[in-house]
Design a protein around this ligand. Structure first.
Ligand code: HDD
Length: 755
């Protein structure tokens, strides 16, 4: 009689033999088993990455080679193992007492797999939870060397960087295009240690003292009872706070402007916000404000576009950044500084440099370029890099120091503190993305997630057992030495200087510096956001704030809300406008802009081919929008559809071209096959195409047609003679005119401001 236990055991052996046969389920021959990993044993140099902890691949899945070959597979080696390295023969069935029996507690693999999964998430950032990041390089022009001894600012020095962009209010899974401030945090891996420039896309902040940060964030985050609304400022608690704390007026006005809904992370300015202090080789100090200037210009969405995009493509900004880098259209910013003498008053032309609600107009203190940032590689792993990166305003290098700005001072505490909860202890600096490239020789020991195996017995100073090592550096051996700034004899008090009481002159400066179209957007934004509030008293208080910025702004918003206009306070003389604050009026490069080309089987497909080539040659992205997926045109020479009438929505395109049918008799793509000839022309009647064209028109986008494509315009309700609408004979002519229009981002004449 057959022994059932032996039979079961034989079966297992058989199964194991099946599984370990490399030809069985692994395509191709198995690679060599990787050599054992060297665990870091001592903290002296930068820790070597494990094979699975490599930095980013400098190239994209679409084949853009930029260096290291892309690693396509998730694992090294041929065999699946446990975390302890034991090879596995089955990962789909729990170990059971018989196929229909209960699961056994002894199943180590089951418990390890589930336990690890249960703990895959870490707390999201308390603010700036939603982000997207990229690797890059910063190349210094050397122009800052006269004011800072920082080694990475010396001429020609190239420093690896990691930049994370973010929204502030939303959770990790929230939409990208909501109205909000954007974070712009840069980690410079310099030879002298890490320097973090943790800035925003708005140059001022809601509060003047860090002690109020929990208040402004509690007010902006979803209401604590129902946890709604997500990633929005259009609700009562936000407006309650910002109208009671009028120092928030300036930042709020920027949020309500086009700056609150950027077109792309690649098209945002960045600001260090606070005044920092640079120190030169002789110990002389200069006050500075940091600016990032995007090479592609500063551009925004229009509000309806932002709203549609939040539903149609919530990952719009994340995708845009990754796609651009993948396509080799590396985004670039110039880093610039405004410099001010480091006088005891820390005041420039009457502007208090320690007040983070104030800017210094560029017309008064020009932004001087000091280096170029290029983002050239996408992260390989979102969690390991974008999620685990830890920025801190206190990560400074010799030559860059802080000031007494009370907002900055509080941040110096918060950023280190928050990582203890978020990254689970004090050793987050050892995570691959955070590891400094400079040699580390600290005396910090132990703690949660310690990965170094420190040697020796004397991690203290002074010591004799380690021969007194390590020694202390001095100013001339690269030590970070604080600027010996004088602290005026004073009393201990909870107070702000009286200069911090001016909450309106700079909001007015911003308002006066914008074009009528930009002002119109602000009026619409306030009307929308306040219209979403339930409390009448909050709306009324907001109108009082607006009356102090501008009477027309207040009157228009009051009209929209159906409320009376409150009296404004008497104002001092108007500040001179700062044209640099406006986003309009210049022409910018078009790299990475997306051109939608609507075409069906009857369209002039030769024209479509020519246009596609020309768009690519111009560094832009052509996307053919066809009635259905696959290809259109003759079998031997088809045109591939990248989008269909079902998947395309206007918000994805910076401009739209409509390919009409060639004149009767003219066969634009040569030998058509009968099947194609029979296909009905659907473009001009398809409601999705008409919506696409109407929305593109409403959002101020350039629209071009050729052949008889203009017939679609009439059906979509778009006047052929309207500004920015091009009716041409050929695709090349239509594209030429549309490209010209794109340089200014939108067709601004289409917006008719009320004031
Ligand atoms: Fe902050 C994150 C920018 C004021 C406390 N902040 C954070 C990030 C950016 C900023 C870009 C995301 C970094 C990343 O991508 O990981 N924060 C700013 C700017 C401020 C500012 C420009 C004003 C000028 N922040 C501020 C104050 C406090 C904080 C006043 C606290 C007193 N910020 C934090 C934080 C966060 C943070 C809680 C959340 C996650 C993190 O730090 O690492 O510590």
């Amino acid at each position: 009689k057959k022994n059932p236990v032996k039979a079961a055991a034989d079966k297992v052996v058989e199964k194991v033999q099946d599984a370990v046969d490399p030809g069985n389920d692994i395509p191709g021959a198995p690679g060599p088993v990787p050599p054992p990993v060297d665990e870091p044993t001592e903290p002296k140099g930068p820790l070597p990455p494990k094979p699975d902890q490599r930095g980013p691949d400098t190239h994209s899945p679409t084949g853009q080679e930029t260096g290291v070959p892309q690693k396509k597979v998730a694992q090294d080696g041929a065999y699946l193992t446990t975390a302890q390295g034991a090879r596995l023969y089955d990962t789909d069935h729990s170990l059971k007492a018989g196929a229909r029996g209960p699961v056994l507690l002894q199943d180590h693999h089951l418990r390890e797999k589930i336990t690890h999964f249960d703990h895959e998430r870490i707390p999201e950032r308390v603010v700036h939870a939603r982000g997207a990041a990229a690797h890059g390089v910063f190349r210094a022009y050397g122009t800052a060397s006269t004011v800072s001894k920082a080694a990475f600012l010396a001429k020609g020095v190239e420093t690896p960087v990691f930049v994370r962009f973010s929204t502030v209010l939303g959770s990790r899974g929230s939409a990208d295009t909501v109205r909000d401030t954007r974070g712009f945090a840069t980690k410079f891996h310099t030879e002298e240690g890490v320097f973090d420039l943790v800035g925003n896309n708005i140059p001022v902040f809601f509060i003047q003292d860090a002690i109020k940060f929990p208040d402004v964030i509690h007010a902006g985050k979803p209401h604590p009872d129902r946890e709604i609304p997500q990633a929005q400022s259009a609700h009562d608690t936000f407006w309650d706070f910002v109208t009671l704390h009028t120092e928030a007026t300036h930042h709020t006005l920027w949020n309500m402007s086009d700056r609150g809904i950027p077109r792309s992370y690649r098209m945002m300015e960045g600001f260090g916000v606070h005044t920092f202090r640079l120190v030169d080789a002789e110990g002389g100090s200069t006050l500075v404000k940091f600016h990032w200037k995007p090479k592609l210009g500063v551009h925004s969405l229009v509000w309806e576009e932002a709203q549609i995009t939040a539903g149609v493509d919530p990952d719009f900004h994340r995708r845009d950044l990754a796609d651009a880098i993948e396509a080799g259209a590396f985004p670039q910013w110039e880093l610039g500084i405004q410099t001010f003498p480091d006088t005891p008053e820390q005041n420039f032309t009457g502007i208090d440099l320690l007040d983070p609600t104030k800017i210094v107009p560029e017309e008064l203190a020009p932004v001087q370029p000091i280096g170029l940032l290029t983002l050239n590689a996408n992260p390989s792993n979102y969690f390991a890099e974008t999620e685990q990166v830890a920025f801190h305003v206190g990560h400074l290098v010799p030559g860059i120091d802080v000031t007494n700005d009370p907002l900055l001072q509080g941040r110096l505490f918060s950023y280190l503190d928050t990582q203890l909860t978020r990254l689970g202890g004090p050793n987050f600096g050892q995570l691959p993305i955070n590891r400094t490239h400079a040699p580390v020789n600290d005396m910090l020991r132990d703690g949660m997630h310690q990965t170094a195996v420190h040697r020796g017995v004397a991690p203290y100073r002074p010591n004799s057992l380690d021969g007194g090592c390590p020694f202390l550096a001095g100013e001339h051996t690269g030590a970070f030495v604080e600027v010996p700034a004088e602290v005026a004899a004073s009393v201990k008090e909870r107070k702000a200087p009286t200069s911090f009481d001016d909450h309106y002159s700079q909001p007015r400066l911003f308002w006066l510096s914008l074009t009528p179209t930009e002002r119109e957007h602000i009026i619409a934004a306030y009307t929308f956001e306040l219209g979403k509030c339930y409390e009448q008293a909050i709306k009324e208080r907001a109108l009082v704030v607006l009356a102090n910025i501008d009477s027309e702004l207040c009157a228009q918003v009051a009209a929209g809300l159906g409320l009376p206009v409150p009296p404004g306070e008497a104002r001092l003389e108007d500040p001179a406008p700062s044209p640099a604050l406006s986003q309009l009026g210049q022409t910018w490069p078009l790299d990475g802009r997306i051109i939608g080309i609507v075409a069906d089987t009857d369209a002039d497909l030769d024209g479509v081919r020519t246009v596609r080539e020309a768009v690519l040659d111009a560094g832009m992205v052509p996307l053919v929008i066809a009635p259905a997926g696959g290809t259109i045109g003759p079998e031997g020479n088809p045109v591939t559809a990248q989008r269909t009438f079902a998947t395309a929505r206007s918000v994805e395109f910076d401009a739209v071209l409509i390919a009409g049918a060639p004149a009767p008799g003219a066969d634009a793509y040569g030998a058509r096959d009968a099947k194609v000839d029979d296909a009905a022309t659907v473009t001009g009647t398809d409601s999705r195409v008409l919506l696409l064209v109407a929305e593109a028109f409403r959002h101020g986008k350039a629209i071009g047609t050729w052949a008889d494509g203009d017939s679609v315009l009439a059906s979509a309700g778009v006047p052929a003679e309207a500004p920015g609408v091009v009716v041409a004979d050929t695709g090349a002519t239509a594209l030429g005119a549309v490209t010209e229009l794109l340089g200014t981002h939108r067709v601004w004449e289409r917006f008719t401001p009320r004031i």
